[in-house]
Design a protein around this ligand. Structure first.
Ligand code: SIN
Ligand code: CO
Length: 381
């Protein structure tokens, strides 16, 4: 259980003055911080095929980056390297717990928790992220420099490593265990480890219009939607063969607008798109699946926990019909299922008391049983 302490400001103050606007150091944001995962456990995760990991190091002064899985780390020596594991919250419930203190931001904005281990001198070099990131310092000490947002030239220091040119720091601090550095997108930064160090980056990524439109196009194609053709009955005689005139341009825009103004369609798109995970989930199907009555009985004994990184959302536009989206899939439980959907999506832990009323609804109970059998929620014992 991690609790965020903001001595100098309230969450409201943070959101109004810093979020997306400027970097800030939150000293002892986590008091008495204990690493949720050890360097050895992290190294173990990076040996797994399905887990995204990277090694970044310098050899003869040149930056090097390698993608995992890795078999050993001995060749790397004592200095100047770091190991990064993407979406460590998908594989370690303890790392997943680090997302909870940031629930003052909506989950659909959150990306994942990256965990990194670095030896003295180690880091990934000066770079710019497209993310808002809360870098939570674990054990060890690390120096962080952050520059002003601006037109910084970026270049490939290695085929897999985008760096930025040296920058003037507006923040130059040593982070100790429990300190948090918040950096909005676009601010160049560079963390150099002073002594063996663990860092946990809780990242929030916003999508670009091109990301959203390409996601929407995939959504339409996969569901065979948006196939209606543009039409132009009653058009006047056209004279200039090369011209797309203002009337036709307005028709093209209006045709696209019919898709963009269809709230039910866009709600389905947003729910499916944002609930899909980028990195693999640690799904373990049950060898002995529950039948529904057994599931209810077990739930009375102990609560269910959502696996790390699983994304479940509802959208205001369609929640009245009991619609929710779990890992990219749409589910609809009808108007009476609205409460079930709120309980499911707003809570990481599902107790019998929380779900009691909704377990009487056959469609919801059937879906819940399927999710538990598929490994999306689990009983801890
Ligand atoms: C790291 O943990 O080494 C990199 C974090 C970052 O700069 O985003
Ligand atoms: Co960064």
């Amino acid at each position: 259980m991690f609790t965020l302490h903001l001595d100098d400001f309230s969450l409201e103050h943070f959101l109004q003055h810093y979020w997306q606007q400027k970097p800030v150091v939150i000293r002892q944001g986590f008091q008495h911080f204990v690493d949720p995962i050890s360097p050895d456990e992290l190294a173990g995760l990076a040996c797994e095929e399905e887990i995204e990991s990277r090694l970044v190091y310098r050899k003869d002064g040149e930056w090097q980056a390698e993608l995992g899985p890795f078999e050993s780390y001995e060749r790397l020596g004592e200095r100047d390297w770091s190991l990064l594991v993407q979406a460590a919250n998908h594989w370690s419930p303890q790392v997943a717990a680090l997302a909870a203190p940031f629930s003052f931001l909506p989950k659909w904005r959150m990306d994942d928790v990256m965990a990194s281990y670095a030896t003295p001198g180690g880091g990934v070099g000066p770079h710019i992220d497209l993310y808002d990131v809360f870098i939570c310092q674990g054990s060890g000490r690390r120096n962080w420099r952050v520059g002003e947002r601006g037109n910084h030239r970026q270049f490939a220091a290695h085929a897999a490593l985008l760096h930025t040119e040296p920058f003037e720091p507006i923040i130059d601090v040593e982070l100790l265990s429990g300190d948090i550095l918040y950096i909005p997108p676009g601010f160049p930064h560079d963390g150099v480890t002073i002594e063996h160090s663990m860092s946990f980056s809780v990242g929030f990524r916003a999508k670009s219009a091109s990301d959203l439109l390409s996601g929407l196009a995939d959504h339409l194609i996969d569901r065979e939607l948006g196939g209606a053709l543009m039409s132009d009955p009653g058009r006047p005689v056209h004279h200039e063969q090369g011209r797309i005139d203002a009337g036709d341009f307005a028709r093209i825009k209006a045709h696209l607008r019919t898709v963009l103004e269809d709230d039910a369609l866009l709600a389905d798109f947003a729910g499916s798109y944002f609930s899909k995970t980028k990195c693999q989930l640690d799904l373990q199907e049950l060898e002995q699946p529950f039948v529904e009555a057994e599931l209810v009985a077990e739930l009375a004994r102990q609560g269910l926990t959502r696996i790390g990184g699983l994304r479940c959302f509802y959208v205001d536009q369609t929640v009245a019909q009991g619609v929710c989206y779990v890992d990219g899939e749409r589910f609809e439980f009808g108007a009476a299922g609205r409460g079930a959907v709120l309980a499911l999506c707003d809570h990481e832990h599902l107790s019998h008391a929380l779900l009691k009323t909704w377990l009487r609804q056959p469609a919801f109970l059937a879906a819940l049983t399927q999710w538990v059998n598929g490994g999306y929620w689990y009983f801890e014992d």
